[in-house]
Design a protein around this ligand. Sequence first.
Ligand SMILES: [Ca+2]
Ligand SMILES: [Ca+2]
Ligand SMILES: [Ca+2]
Ligand SMILES: [Ca+2]
Length: 266
Amino acid sequence: MRFVLLFPMFGCIENALYTQGQEEQEKENRQPTAEPTSEPTSEPSQPSSEPSNNPSEEPSYEPSYEPSYEPSFEPTSEPDESDNSGSSVSNPATPYPGSLVINELMINPQATQDKFGEWIEIYNTTSDWIDLDGLRIADNNLDDYEIQYIGSPLVISPNGYFVICAEESEWNNGGAECNASFLYKTLGGGFALSNTDDEVYLLTPFGQYVDIFSYGSNFAPEGASMGVRAGYETTSGNDSSSNWCEQWNFMFGGDSGSPGEENFCF
Ligand SMILES: [Ca+2]
Ligand SMILES: [Ca+2]
Ligand SMILES: [Ca+2]
Ligand SMILES: [Ca+2]
């Protein structure tokens, strides 16, 4: 009985031992074969795709982007007073037609004589710093004069104002702060604004016209400047005298005007 009973038990144990051993063996067989086959095949396939993409993409990007970005951006990052176009106080752009407009004129001052009190305000229509060194102011026959340095850079800021005066001292000219000067002469060899009718030309050092404005005998009041109305600060916008208006801002000399500042029209 014992034998009969033990035999099947032994058979069961033997079976169990065999199947356990078989499973372990199968596991062992599976593990080493599964791991090396899946991992090494997937990993090397990734590095092989990267190097094949990179060499073809990177060299084609770098040479086309870098040279076009760097030269235009670098000069703007260093000086504070710069803009995104690459010009700066120390590296201003060259004026061209339309970049500057004749924006305000003190034609007939009352608080001072004309030879002290006349001035011209120029407005920069661009987002560039613009070089005014060598800028000429002229009319159609007598006047043609290169503006003169009086201590501040001959540069106009982006969308800024620049005032050119017959007399540079604001104590003597009626109260205008000036950026440059002209020689007041009514018979040639300088520049002057006639109280009846006249022309104002802005020219580059090379004689290119930047802006032109002409006025008739009823244009200029005595004791107040005339300024271009907001929205008409363009070379063609300032051509019509109806787009100009009297400036009422008080200047300490007694006359009114807005030299170096935005014009204001009622
Ligand atoms: Ca003149
Ligand atoms: Ca005058
Ligand atoms: Ca004009
Ligand atoms: Ca003004």
